[in-house]
Ligand binder design. Structure first.
Ligand code: PMV
Length: 330
């Protein structure tokens, strides 16, 4: 096997205030600011091995899942590696990129954020850049944004905010120890409309008028609610309302775009209804990305596991194909 030049890993993230719509497609400039929770347990791994030309192949490691990349997907990945090397002054760098995820490819979880973030870090290491948090993070995050917008948030943990000037960590929000993240995988099908296409189409919706202002207002309100959430149950539940409305706002844009499109399947509705009826003093933060699967961020109360177990059993009795994946490392 050819010599290993660099390797890196990066986590995925789930947006609670969504990046949807771009002001410019080149460089992925977002129409509005977004806020995400980094999914520390869902990671992509990238190796760069010495080669004459840039190329890509799956990384073969025990327990890992090879991504399924179309030719366009491979080209986009390779082009990003070249762009990062050029930006870091190593235009002559070439390498074979190998990548894999620690979560299955057929579960409908977006892996582009984690894989582009991991690729950015791996190429930067190959260029001799210090990728440790702190050092060159802001620069690397901005470079990652050019490959996949949402990947720029994956370089910060546990919370990342991405404003026009770039992504950064947010302090003072609930800690990972206080939270549990679950994604209810109701379909593993490849999405018919990619997120790049979704960004292009949403601006054709009548509801896009006011969208940027709505997202900005929700972001302020959500940050305020989350800052008090550790000691204030009603602030946490306020956050749950905001996250719910934000998710529906984005999906309403999809459903009212011209031409319209959408990601809901019957399982999505089933899980949303169950989560709406969650009987605990702290309700989950529920959101869906550009896909049919439902993400929920729970407060880790003493009886959370028992309640989750009951919910999982009830869902399995209705639809045994629903899978549960936890997004935070313990
Ligand atoms: O980074 P992209 O182009 O895959 O866009 C991601 C868009 C959403 O996942 C729907 C929202 C977000 O902010 O992550």
């Amino acid at each position: 096997m050819s010599e290993l030049i660099a390797e890196a890993k990066a986590p995925s993230n789930i947006a609670l205030i969504k990046y949807m719509g771009k002001t410019e497609s080149s460089g992925n400039r977002p129409a509005n600011a977004s806020l995400s929770l980094t999914l520390t347990a869902l990671e992509s791994f990238v190796e760069i091995r010495r080669a004459e030309t840039w190329g890509w192949r799956p990384l073969d490691r025990d327990g890992f899942f090879a991504p399924e990349l179309s030719e366009a997907g491979r080209n986009r990945f390779v082009a990003h590696a070249e762009r990062v090397a050029r930006a870091l002054g190593k235009e002559g760098l070439r390498g074979e990129i190998r990548s894999a995820n620690n979560f299955p490819p057929d579960c409908g979880l977006a892996s582009s954020a984690s894989s582009f973030a991991a690729l950015t870090l791996a190429v930067a290491k190959a260029c001799g850049v210090d990728v440790d948090p702190g050092a060159e993070r802001a620069k690397l995050s901005r470079l990652s944004q050019q490959g996949s917008g949402s990947s720029c948030r994956s370089l910060y943990s546990p919370w990342a905010i991405w404003r026009d000037e770039g992504a950064q960590a947010v302090e003072g929000l609930p800690s990972l120890a206080e939270l549990e993240h679950v994604v209810f995988v109701v379909s593993g099908d490849r999405k018919a409309v990619s997120s790049s296409e979704a960004h292009r189409r949403v601006v054709s919706s009548e509801l896009f008028h006011g969208r940027v202002e709505r997202a900005a207002r929700r972001l302020d309100e959500l940050l305020q609610a989350l800052r008090s959430a550790s000691s204030d149950v009603s602030a946490w539940n306020q956050a749950a309302e905001i996250v719910w409305a934000e998710s529906w706002d984005m999906h309403a844009l999809f459903e009212t775009a011209r031409p319209s499109f959408g990601y809901f399947v019957p399982g999505s509705i089933l899980v949303l209804r169950e989560l709406r009826q969650w009987e605990a003093s702290r309700r989950p933060l529920v959101t869906m990305d550009a896909g049919p699967n439902v993400h929920a961020v729970f407060w880790r109360d003493a009886d959370l596991e028992l309640r989750l177990e009951r919910l999982i059993q009830r869902l399995a009795s209705i639809d045994p194909t629903i899978k549960i994946i936890r997004g935070l490392k313990r």
